[in-house]
Design a protein around this ligand. Structure first.
Ligand SMILES: Nc1ncnc2c1ncn2[C@@H]1O[C@H](COP(=O)(O)OP(=O)(O)OP(=O)(O)O)[C@@H](O)[C@H]1O
Ligand SMILES: [Mg+2]
Length: 239
């Protein structure tokens, strides 16, 4: 397997049983996530975007086909091994920012770290970068929705994950704040790859590759032109 391939789905399907009926949430999808790649997944509601994210991150196993992380077939890994992969290698930002209400913002950001004290400084730095430096000691109930969303982004970035999975991370935000959150994600992901699910074509501006889903299948793939090396504005991928 190509060394830069982190995640590979081969003809992966996810079906749900709905009484007698079988619903294909994802149908024979093949794609690769490369090191450092920024991937967008778009498509109408119910087209299988979240389901595809679950497959790529090993949160769910395909009912047909194979998904591998660094060549390791998720289906051959134990639950413990898969959850260790997620904990150590992946970062997640979900549509509904879930933070633990009894922990401060800072505590929420470091809660998953193996050594909380070792990550405290980085957590504070990330919160600072995300404009939450003065709110690190607040409880989530005292934050706005957008601030909670940003706290979740800080948590996802904390351990410099190889892959960040973000499912509609900007859904609750106005366009300007949404773009700002993505800009920060882009700036602070280091060498990590991003898999971003979004409804909003405007949020695709940092994507290298965009997969458009329909009825669980990839309907179109769009690759952005190579990024300029002079640090000027990145190209926008649009469908
Ligand atoms: N637990 C389940 N049981 C049965 N069907 C399900 C289940 N979860 C999802 N589905 C179905 O699978 C399909 C894909 O769902 P999925 O959540 O992946 O879509 P989505 O593209 O993320 O949609 P949205 O944009 O609304 O979040 C939908 O038809 C949905 O109804
Ligand atoms: Mg979804």
């Amino acid at each position: 397997m190509n060394d830069s391939v982190l995640i590979e789905a081969q003809n992966a399907s996810l079906e749900y049983r709905d009484g007698e009926r079988v619903v294909y949430a994802v149908r024979e999808v093949s794609l690769r996530v490369h090191r450092g790649e920024f991937i967008g997944i778009v498509g109408p509601s119910g087209s299988g975007k979240s389901s595809l994210l679950y497959l790529l991150s090993g949160l769910k196993l395909p009912t047909h086909g194979v998904v591998r992380y660094r060549g390791r077939n998720y289906a051959e890994a134990s639950d413990a091994e898969r959850s260790a992969m997620r904990r150590e290698r992946f970062g997640f930002v979900f549509q509904q920012p879930y933070l633990l209400g009894y922990l401060t913002v800072l505590e929420n950001v470091v809660v998953g770290a193996p050594d909380v004290r070792a990550y405290r400084q980085r957590a504070l730095w990330l919160l600072e970068q995300l404009g939450l430096g003065d709110k690190a000691h607040r409880y989530p109930a005292a934050l706005s929705g957008g601030e909670r969303q940003r706290a979740c982004v800080a948590r996802a970035l904390l351990m410099e994950p190889e892959v960040i999975f973000a499912d509609e991370p900007t859904a609750a935000l106005d366009q300007q704040t949404g773009l700002h959150v993505l800009e920060l994600l882009e700036q602070h992901r280091g060498s990590g790859a991003v898999v971003l699910v979004t409804h909003d074509p405007l949020m695709l501006r940092y994507c290298d590759t965009v997969y458009k889903l329909r009825s669980g299948q990839i309907e179109a793939v769009e690759r952005a032109p190579a990024k300029p090396v002079d640090g000027s504005a990145p190209p926008t991928a649009t469908l």
